[in-house]
Design a protein around this ligand. Structure first.
Ligand code: FAD
Length: 335
């Protein structure tokens, strides 16, 4: 491991000033992803800025929104009463991720910024445009059973030198994308806010960049505006093992219903693209309709028309379609 400077700021301003002008500096929260990347030589920060002493753990509901500090633990968020009563989809997604021990260490900020689990990214002997830009994508003609089926444009990630077919691994981010969450970011220029849908990137040009966070910027919180989805939301995760496994495919469905009809619908998919994949047309397709399996099948098949399989993951297209139907049935309570 490359030697690095270890720093422990006490305030957000101090943390940001420590990272300023050091593009190779990295913040460390729970360390459950970053430490592994450092041990393997995939991440080599010159400065490791341990942010665990910053006052960013608070979870609170104020005015019309739920604000969750970037250092709130995944386990604390999943059991918080405001999360359970107002945004149960988020709690379900968190509890579907990792294991109890990991959730006790992992933070909201770290979960947003965790890196892909593509095995080509983790193996230094193999080509990977995300780890080493321009080296090629080993997965494209290699082992790609778990890889993406949705891309920017209508093909794989881009050209050979910039393509990446890895998927984003987070469960939490899928639910938060469906809920139109805002990410609060602080940097030397002050505070800015970005919708989660614009926070992560597709892999078209620079697959080494997972997000639009600028060097030195710190995520300080996320905010979810109140909605009417609590009664009719569902997170469905399909994986190779019943627990302690990343999603092959996941679906976050959030619906508002009244009088037996659907009046608002949001959906995001996980395990299918370089970022959580928002299904934009769903609201238009479901609004004003009575729930039925036939309708949900049409909705699922509509989105899957733009999916594109690799040599080994054609099964994911049918699987995702079935998962959309199952999640919508669970959210609406139809059998
Ligand atoms: C065996 C295993 C199984 C797992 N299974 C799942 C799963 O099924 N589903 C799932 O969603 N996740 C899963 N995870 C991933 C886990 O959720 C992440 O490792 C965790 O969320 C990362 O949080 P952390 O606080 O430990 O981040 P760290 O490891 O500390 O940091 C991760 C990255 O985020 C950056 N960072 C952290 N906080 C901030 C901040 N506030 N501002 C800016 N940058 C920041 C760091 O610089 C680093 O680049 C699994 C992990 C392991 C090891």
């Amino acid at each position: 491991m490359k030697p690095f400077q270890y720093l422990r700021p006490k305030t957000v301003a101090e943390a940001i000033s420590m990272a300023a002008d050091y593009p190779e500096a990295q913040y460390m929260a729970g360390g459950t992803n970053l430490v592994e990347l450092m041990k393997r030589g995939i991440a080599s920060p010159s400065k490791l800025i341990d942010i665990n002493h910053l006052p960013l753990k608070k979870i609170e509901h104020r005015y019309d929104r739920l604000r969750i500090g970037a250092l709130a633990l995944n386990s604390d968020v999943a059991k918080h009463k405001s999360v359970l009563s107002r945004q149960p989809l988020l709690a379900q997604a968190l509890l579907a991720g990792a294991s109890g021990q990991l959730r006790n260490m992992a933070t909201v900020g770290g979960n947003l910024l965790q890196r892909t689990r593509c095995s080509y990214f983790y193996d230094l002997a193999l080509p990977c445009n995300k780890r080493k830009p321009g080296s090629g994508c080993g997965a494209e003609a290699g082992i790609n059973r778990t890889h993406a089926i949705f891309f920017a444009g209508n093909g794989f990630g881009g050209n050979e030198k910039s393509s990446c077919i890895a998927v984003h691994p987070s469960d939490m981010c899928v639910a938060l994308t469906a809920l139109d969450t805002e990410v609060v970011i602080n940097g030397t220029g002050g505070e800015r806010r970005v919708l989660l849908k614009d926070f992560h990137r597709l892999s078209t040009l620079q697959p080494e960049l997972d997000t639009n966070l600028q060097p030195g910027e710190l995520v300080t919180a996320i905010e979810v505006t109140d909605n009417a989805f609590a009664q009719h939301s569902h997170y469905l995760k399909i994986r190779d093992r019943a627990s302690y496994a990343f999603a092959l495919v996941s679906v976050a469905a959030a619906l508002q219903m009244d009088g037996g009809r659907i009046w608002d619908a949001r959906m995001a998919l996980g395990g299918v693209a370089h970022k959580p994949w928002r299904y934009w047309a769903i609201d238009l397709m479901l609004r004003g309709q009575a729930p039925s399996e036939k309708l949900f099948r049409e909705v699922a098949e509509h989105e899957m028309q733009s999916a594109k399989a690799t040599a080994q993951n054609a099964f994911k297209i049918k699987l995702t379609s079935n998962a959309i139907v199952a999640a919508l049935k669970a959210a609406t309570g139809i059998s």
